[in-house]
Design a protein around this ligand. Structure first.
Ligand SMILES: Cc1cc2nc3c(=O)[nH]c(=O)nc-3n(C[C@H](O)[C@H](O)[C@H](O)COP(=O)(O)OP(=O)(O)OC[C@H]3O[C@@H](n4cnc5c(N)ncnc54)[C@H](O)[C@@H]3O)c2cc1C
Length: 325
């Protein structure tokens, strides 16, 4: 029996598993994830979940219609990969040898190293992070949000709606200018103000003040001091590709190799008739998060030999055919 191993038990991993089964794969399906949970939806983490409007049980993505017959290996981090033998080495010492491997290890929140170990500093990427941040949304308490991107803006809005005093700090003059243009970015800035979030633009952080293991305030160039009871860092995401170092794979984004890198040894896995879906895109992912929608549609849509090679959309970040196929 052939084995298909999917590394990363989140949206892309689940979508790839569904695609494999729907395209006729009847072999052993092993889904490995370092979180303890079955796949869940991340977008509500910074919205309804943070506000307590939905519970953790409401986030899970599998439905009764899913008949994946998968082996779930959860709470297990893939530490390394030998691409030539298609062997995954788990941190706990187990190994999984597979005929095909899908890398769907996504991204993690970018952090500020200077704030490491301080207990009132939060990022928001996983259910566990959201569960620890939610109780901090206390009316009257002061939150400083670093970064006015999607995560920062959503957390700031949630906190303000809870009656917190929220200050959002960003290096750029206008939020979302790159995505929406300066005019619409200005509208977003106005919405923050209307919702009671103070946005400090073009800011340069000069220093963090801390006491008893907590950040107490942030000093900005020009002398402004922002006092904080809670700090949320929303400065983007970076791809989880460290474990692929030394794997034999060339860790590049699909943008550089025509057709997503096909014909070049630039990425990860392929199953007959099924996309190889990878998050290993150094050139692509460090700059931005990949959208929810693409993680659902692309694994199912991208079949070997008929990907939308002219377009970046829907293209796996990196692909190589299984040897002998
Ligand atoms: C708070 C929040 C709000 C968002 N809101 C929106 C939104 O409104 N709209 C939108 O389009 N997108 C949104 N997104 C982005 C969306 O959630 C992502 O596009 C989606 O989660 C990507 O899915 P993925 O499976 O590729 O990666 P991920 O969801 O990052 O999953 C990767 C999984 O692999 C695991 N993993 C990593 N390394 C290893 C390893 N070595 N071994 C084993 N497992 C590993 C990770 O822990 C994780 O469980 C949001 C994201 C967050 C965090």
């Amino acid at each position: 029996m052939q084995t298909l191993a999917l590394i990363g038990a989140s949206l892309a991993g689940l979508s790839a598993a569904r695609a494999a089964r729907s395209q006729g794969f009847t072999g052993r399906l092993v889904i490995i994830g370092d979180e303890p949970h079955r796949p869940y939806d991340r977008p509500p983490l910074s919205k309804d979940f943070l506000l307590g409007a939905i519970r953790a049980e409401d986030l899970f993505l599998e439905t009764d219609a899913d008949e994946l017959a998968a082996e779930w290996v959860l709470g297990a981090e893939a530490a390394s990969l030998d691409a030539s033998s298609r062997t995954v080495f788990l941190k706990d010492g187990r190994t999984i040898q597979a005929d095909g491997i899908v890398i769907a290890t996504g991204a993690r929140a970018r952090r500020l190293p200077t704030l490491a170990g301080l207990s009132n500093v939060f990022t928001l990427r996983t259910l566990a992070y959201a569960q620890s941040l939610a109780p901090e949304l206390v009316p009257g308490s002061r939150m400083a949000v670093i970064g006015a991107g999607f995560i920062g803006a959503e957390v700031a809005a949630a906190a303000a709606s809870r009656g917190m005093e929220v200050t959002m700090i960003d290096t750029k003059p206008v939020p979302f200018a790159a995505q929406l243009g300066t005019e619409m970015g200005g509208v977003v800035a106005g919405l923050h103000a209307a919702n009671g979030v103070e946005l400090i633009s073009s800011a340069v952080i000069e220093d963090f003040y801390s006491g008893e293991g907590n950040v107490t305030g942030i000093r900005l160039a020009g002398g402004r001091y922002v006092a904080a009871d809670v700090v949320v860092v929303g400065i983007g995401a970076e791809p989880n590709i460290g474990w692929l170092e030394g794997s034999g794979l060339e860790l590049r984004g699909g943008g550089g190799g025509g057709g997503g890198g096909r014909g070049r040894r630039t990425g990860v896995h392929l199953w007959p008739g099924l996309v190889a879906w990878s998050a290993a895109g150094r050139r692509v992912l460090p700059r931005r998060e990949v959208s929810w929608r693409s993680r659902v549609s692309a694994p199912a849509a991208y079949r070997r030999g008929r990907g939308r090679s002219g377009s970046r959309r829907g293209r796996p970040d990196a692909v190589f055919p299984l040897p002998g196929r």
